[in-house]
Every structure is written in C-alpha cells, then in structure tokens.
Write a protein that binds this ligand. Sequence first.
Ligand SMILES: [Zn+2]
Length: 359
Amino acid sequence: MAQTDRVRQGRQAGRARLRDVPQRPLHADPHPRIAEGKAPTTILAADLGGTRIKLGIVRDAAVLARETFAAESQDGLARQLPKIAAAFATLCDRASVDMAECTAVGFCYPGLTDPGCRRVVAAYGKYTDAPTLDLVAWGREYLALPVWVENDARVALLGEWQFGAGRGCDDLVMVTLGTGIGAVAMIEGRLRRGRHGQAGVLGGHFTVRLGGRRCRCGNIGCAETEASNAYLPAIAREWPGFAESRLAAEPVIDYATVFRLAGEGEACAVAIRTHSVQVWGAVIVNLIHAFDPVRVIVGGGVMASADTILPALRDYVSRHAHTPWGTVEVVASALGDDFALFGCEVLLRERMQPTGVSR
Ligand SMILES: [Zn+2]
C-alpha cells in the first residue's frame, strides 16, 4: 500500500489514534523526568531552522531517513506544511516505516512555545505566522498523529542530555550562538519551562549593556544586540576604525568572517571578537548564577570557531562565575547538525510518558 493511502487511512483513524495516546493528567508535573526503560518508538521530527527545514524519521536514536529543503522562513510556516506532510510520507516509504505505526510528530521551533508544547506563542522574524497555526489539528488531519512543538534550544538540550555532550549530567545549561543567542536550563533532570514557557530560554535577551541598541524583543542592550550574527553588521559599522578596516571590504560580515580576519590579526576583527566572547561569557555567567549547572554546553553555527571560543569562555567563566563548590565545565555540543532530530525523540518520550524521562 502506498504511503499516501496509509496517510489517507490514518486521517480517517485520526480520532481513534488520538484517544489511544496517553494523555497527561491535568495536574501532572510540568517538568517531568523521562521514565526508566525506553520503549522503542518511531517518531517524525521536523527541525524548523531559519534557512533550512530538516525532516527525519527517528527510532531509538537512529535517523532512518532524512530530508532537507529551503525554509523560506520569511514567507511563513503555513505554506510549508503541505510540503512537510508529503515529505514525511516519502521518508516513511524510503525507510519502510508504516506512518500509522509512528508515535508522534515533534517540531523544533526557533521561538517561544507554550509550556505544554502544543503551540507556538511568539515568533522572532522566522515563520511569523506560526503563533496563528493549530499544529495539533494539522497533525491530526494530515498525518493522523499527535504533534508537539518545542523551542529549538530546549530540543537541543534534550538531545545533548540523552545522547551528546550532556550525558551523565542532570544539571545543564546550553547556549547556542548563531543568528541569535539561544539558552536553556535543566535542573535535576528536568527542563525548566516556566508558567509561560519562557523560563531559561531568554538568555540571549539578558541586558548586557545599559543604554545599548534596541532589540527586536523590545528590550535595550540585549546580548543578541551585542554579539550575534543578526546584529553583527550593525555592531561592526559602529565599531571605531571599522571604515578603514579590512572587515569593511568584506562582502558578508558574519562571525565566520570576523574570526577569519581576527586570526590574521586584523585589529577591528580582533576587537569585535574579544568583545563578543566577553558578551557570551557574561550570558553564561548569568545563566550559571540563575540555574546552578554542573556543565554548560555551547553550540550553534558560530562554534565552527570552537577552538578559539571554548578556551576563552572557560577562562571568562573561571574568573567571573561565583561557584564556591567548584568549577563549571564548559564543553562544545556533540550532536552537531542532527541535534533536533535526536532531541525530538526525547521530547516526545517526555511528553507522552506521564512519569517522564531519566538518563
Ligand atoms: Zn532582546
């Protein structure tokens, strides 16, 4: 039977399948641990990146099939949903997986989601229509599967915790350095989500410069406005000596360019690199003071320059974090590009098992 027929049948069976899904009790712990004993599951994962959408069929930390296509996130998510549904059907066929036997769909979203992980609450320049979309209804109608959606940094941390740089540790903070600055915290094996879903994930919007630039979030002097790819062209233009620098002649001003020129000793790039590392260090120290982690994981595209960034961050943290008990580890993420696919599997186990997840 073709996968499209299975999808059609699945739509008809959608309500019955949803009734089969274990529902969380009304007063369940909002920060559950993941249960001992990992039941084998096959899930559909969608990583909604700013430039790429990556889809995968994941089972027991193995990606059975994957596909990537251009996100065109500036044009919204609604226009991509039919393509995502069709691609999932194709991937299931390719992996010889019956979609009707899949457990659920996990979306990894670059913005705020509600604490129950059922809808997007706020968008920041990418897929700006997402808060108006009912992804749960979409999953029920087009895939006959339950849908959960979670902030991308939280999904990354779940993946790292179970399969990557966070293994063996239940007290973690993760920071992602890229277009923006993502953050997330886990305390005693539980993700912190908060009443409105924004606990821990606004590390990029810590105030690091009083009277600084206006941020897209409405605040002034956010870390993102001082050290992220989104604001780097503006940061560079305002930097003393920029107009005469080699950086000014570059066609693209991003951290790949800044770290390359800084490595060659270009003065303006060196100064911006130093400033940026201090900003990222300050964000990490703030997160350490707020969440008391044992280990900090640093990921994101900017970590292509990890050889330079990690030692500098470790030095900053060792000099500035107040941790009388010892030293917080600062490590690079281990899952790289596939963090969302693995993280979605952990997320769905956490969401669908009332007893939660443990390592
Ligand atoms: Zn901000």
